[in-house]
Design a binder for this molecule. Structure first.
Ligand SMILES: [Fe+2]
Ligand SMILES: [Fe+2]
Length: 200
């Protein structure tokens, strides 16, 4: 099954700055995603994107929401239409005249799957957070205290165990950090500190 999008231009420049309201985005999430595990993953990535935009990029609230929205909706079509993953949500957001930068970030969240290279900082951080967030969440579930007391070195150990969260590609994680130009340790530390704040 190929998920290649076979295109490299997304949305319409005329829609720059157009976003869904938080209510509209939540509605779309709830309508399309029935699986709570996936929903939590999307909310975690959304929270990481927003927090990174605020703390590391020092973006204003409007821009923080654009980052958050990309995270919140990046897997919206995975639950019900896995064979159309990425294509369907992109077309939906295009039909709703959403900011092309948000659509592009979603389209490039898995360059090896969708064939779209991450270019902007938003693209690159979504790619960097996606898989790593999942692995760290899996780690929190096997720790008696969850995120409490979690340390960088524990996550690094899990990363080295190839049978832990075996479906999470270590190569992709390293590739994503390289592209973002941010050390893996910094991204891991940021996720440890912020992911626990995201709730279903
Ligand atoms: Fe995805
Ligand atoms: Fe994801």
């Amino acid at each position: 099954m190929s998920l290649l999008l076979n295109r490299n231009s997304f949305g319409d420049k005329a829609n720059r700055g157009n976003v869904l309201s938080k209510e509209e985005a939540k509605q779309l999430l709830n309508d399309w995603v029935k699986n709570d595990k996936l929903k939590l993953h999307m909310k975690q990535v959304a929270h990481l994107m927003k927090s990174w935009a605020a703390e590391k990029e020092q973006l204003n609230e409007e821009d923080q929401w654009r980052w958050e929205m990309a995270g919140l909706l990046h897997d919206a079509d995975w639950d019900q239409w896995p064979e159309l993953h990425c294509k369907k949500i992109i077309e939906e957001l295009e039909s709703r005249n959403v900011d092309p930068e948000i659509i592009r970030a979603i389209a490039s969240h898995g360059p090896n799957h969708f064939g779209v290279e991450p270019e902007t900082k938003m693209d690159k951080m979504l790619y960097a957070f996606d898989e790593l967030s999942g692995l760290i969440h899996a780690y929190s579930l096997m720790r008696p205290t969850g995120y409490e007391g979690m340390e960088l070195k524990g996550v690094k150990k899990r990363l080295k165990e190839k049978y832990f969260a075996a479906n999470v590609s270590r190569e992709e994680i390293q590739d994503a950090c390289n592209r973002a130009g941010i050390p893996l340790d910094e991204v891991v530390q940021f996720i440890i500190e912020h992911q626990k704040e995201a709730k279903l």
